[in-house]
Design a protein around this ligand. Sequence first.
Ligand code: PLP
Length: 460
Amino acid sequence: MPDTLDTDSLIEAASRHLWQNYFSDKEEVKRPQVLVRGEGLYVYDSEGKRYLDTFASLLTTLCGHGRREVIDAVTQQMEKLAFFPSGYDCIMEPTVKLAEKLAEVTPGELSVSFFVQDGSEASEAAIKLARNYHWVRGEKQRTKILFRRYSYHGATLGALSVSGLPSLREPFEPMVPGGVSVMPARCYRCELNLKPETCNLTCLRNLEATVEWEGANSIAAIIMDPVPGSNTGFPPPPAGYLQGVRDLCDKHGILLLFDEIQVGFGRTGKWFACEHWDVTPDILAVAKGFSGGYLPLGAAIATKQIADAFREAGAGFRHVHTYNGHATACAAALANLEIIQNENLVQRSAELGDYLKQRLESLYKHPLVGDVRGMGTLWAVELVADRETRAPLSPAGKVGSLVNDWCRRNGMILRNNGDLLVMAPALVMTNEQADEMVDGLDKAIEAAAREFAAQTSTPA
Ligand SMILES: Cc1ncc(COP(=O)(O)O)c(C=O)c1O
């Protein structure tokens, strides 16, 4: 198809009228890519250049772009009835079918879904659901939500108030009351520089102490991502940690909320990350890969016991958004989940994880590579100044952005959070595409290290 797009005018109009995510006032703003097409793991820009997307359109396109099954499901639903508000006395087929499918694929007693539009709203709904649950049961004093420092649960004020990233919180202070931060569980960058072999799960002890100090019966819920997201490079929880959190919640009647917005739906080689540790939350927040990136959708999935508490009290969950349970978005998600099931993509993700582990660990040949970690289709390569001491690079983020630039010039989309390089390719990645990704990264680190050395070496 001939490309008639006037790229320069589009970029010019965007600079005047479009307020984008990550809108930056830095002087050195990169010329944006104008992306026009996607196919499988590749996206194409307006000049016809192809890019291997190693981050699956921000962790969404699990089954790749252009899937006929999803396009057909969406088209058929749109032709029948694109949208009608659910609630009151109205239900629509894709919404119910999707809720049923979620009950089938989620672990434990999770079985009742509340649909929203995205991840922030899923966290927001989970938090409100938790407070509301205690309220309908007559425990109105349970309002606090414990969350971990460095976590991210969303951009809406409620979700942000239980996220642990100061730079995201500060411009919007004051936060919603009731959020209490605790120590994260990330061993490579332990807040106290402890060693996992000898720390006796200090992060869990900190959580227990906080529950005691705050007063257990003032706490509605603890929210966490069982495997934290790309901003900290998917650090796995230490052995015994998640079970310890579950036991603590059970002991004190606190609800456990898991945010699997990044890591759910096969990403880790199981349907949900928490299944690796055999720990099930009371409410599970999902989004991103849920609809395969085709339409915005999220959900807070609760146990039957939580839903029953509302039913027994004759109470509704008053969290109405017009588009909640949008039939066409639900049709897209249903088709996406069926592809994951029919093509055994959860198993494929686990196999790909084994392959990527051995391929990515070869990058230790670069002295700058401090840590390679991940599982399934979620991987991080942390660049450091010194592998032994884990000292960060200075200036921070420079090498990461050189790697990113090299990749972009050479037809690959790679996400870097400073000097943390993160990959989350689609579950349908082939071994050849995995090679393309790792080989590209290898060359990019090599080139970036050379350029960084040239830039930072002081002339004699
Ligand atoms: C772990 C986690 N939770 C919540 C969110 C918020 O999701 P959304 O951007 O869809 O609102 C994100 C987004 O990156 C996330 O990574």
